[in-house]
Design a protein around this ligand. Structure first.
Ligand SMILES: Nc1ncnc2c1ncn2[C@@H]1O[C@H](COP(=O)(O)OP(=O)(O)OP(=O)(O)O)[C@@H](O)[C@H]1O
Length: 324
């Protein structure tokens, strides 16, 4: 059996009174991409830094490619790292930057060159091999950093918010590129992000983290379709997570709402957005926020909108959100 690219067993880490990571266990399979997803300050980067060996955990074990690395220094762990700022060397060419990865791992000059060219081809940057990294666009620099990590041949790649310095258009494009690239790698990938769309677009599994703990781990689409709690649902961007009695909440996915049939409800708020119109409708389940296309918005008559909610699609979830 191929060992997991990464296995975390009961990892914990505190800084003074702050519990940054609290009993986290997680596996990343060889060839699998897992997104560690959570709001700012929940402990994602600390997990990554512990895996990279930049932080020493208080408790727990870290295995990379089946080898216990918990007490090893960073350079002995064999992970490929891509951080937010890419940390490329400005005085070296694109190729020089990528060659540096395998050279650091002890590869000979010729072997390092071969692996670097292979990695550059993989990210589609071979034509720019001779260019200086100061002459690259943000997206190109990001791909060089990835190629450098890939060229090390590490069984595990760690990416910390790899798209966060790029503009929204470029991010959207690169999400698709990253997914394709990762699918071609044998390495496992652990991707840290606070961006739900990035996690859903790039990763096959997501691990949702809140205040140091993993609160849900599962297939990306599954976690989105069936969040375990109201907090997870709201964090993943579901607009309608309505508080109910007995500490429960109702999640009404937008596609559970059918427009143009059923009773008419009062539209209490209406706002134009870049994709259409956002409305709030007074519904017996609670105020429903809906995103309407221009065409759908034409169905608003006398400030009312006809709609039905498919009861079979409504999920009842424990409401673990903080009360305002
Ligand atoms: N070196 C440190 N010293 C003290 N506290 C720290 C240190 N590093 C992190 N923390 C604290 O640990 C908690 C988790 O931080 P961490 O950077 O892991 O979160 P994160 O989820 O990666 O956040 P972000 O998305 O903003 O980068 C935070 O409360 C943070 O303030």
């Amino acid at each position: 059996m191929i060992p997991a690219a990464l296995a975390l067993h009961h990892l914990s880490k505190h800084f003074g009174p702050t519990v940054a990571v609290d009993d986290v266990s997680l596996n990343v399979g060889a060839g699998e991409t897992v997104a560690l997803l959570g709001p700012s300050g929940c402990g994602k980067s600390t997990v990554l830094r512990c895996v990279a060996g930049l932080e020493r955990p208080d408790a727990g074990r870290i295995c990379i490619g089946g080898r216990d690395v918990t007490t090893l220094p960073p350079e002995a762990r064999h992970v490929g790292l891509v951080f937010q700022d890419y940390a490329l060397f400005p005085h070296l060419s694109v190729l020089g930057n990528v060659v540096y990865g395998p050279r650091m791992r002890g590869a000979g000059r010729a072997e390092a060159q071969r692996r670097a060219r292979e990695a550059l081809a993989l990210v589609g940057l071979e034509p720019l091999a001779g260019r200086r990294t100061t002459e690259l666009s943000g997206g190109q620099a990001q791909r060089v950093a990835l190629a450098r990590a890939v060229a090390t041949g590490a069984p595990l790649l760690l990416l910390d918010e790899p798209l966060s310095n790029l503009d929204e258009q470029l991010r959207a494009r690169l999400r698709g590129d990253l997914r394709e690239l990762f699918a071609r790698l044998r390495a496992g990938v652990l991707l840290v992000t606070h961006d739900q769309r990035e996690a859903l677009a790039v990763a096959s599994r997501v691990a949702v983290m809140r205040a140091g703990r993993l609160v849900q781990v599962g297939a990306a689409q599954e976690v989105f379709a069936r969040p375990a709690t109201a907090w997870v649902a709201a964090f993943l961007g579901h607009a309608n997570v309505l508080p109910g009695p007995d500490g429960l909440a109702r999640l009404i996915p937008e596609d559970a709402v059918r427009l143009g049939v059923g009773d008419a409800f009062a539209v209490t708020a209406r706002q134009t957005t870049d994709t259409g119109t956002e409305v709030t409708v007074a519904h017996p389940l609670g105020p429903l926020t809906l995103h309407l296309s221009a065409r759908e918005a034409e169905d608003i008559h006398a400030q009312t909108l006809r709609l039905t909610v498919d009861p079979a699609r409504v999920l009842t979830l424990p409401d673990d959100r903080e009360r305002p």
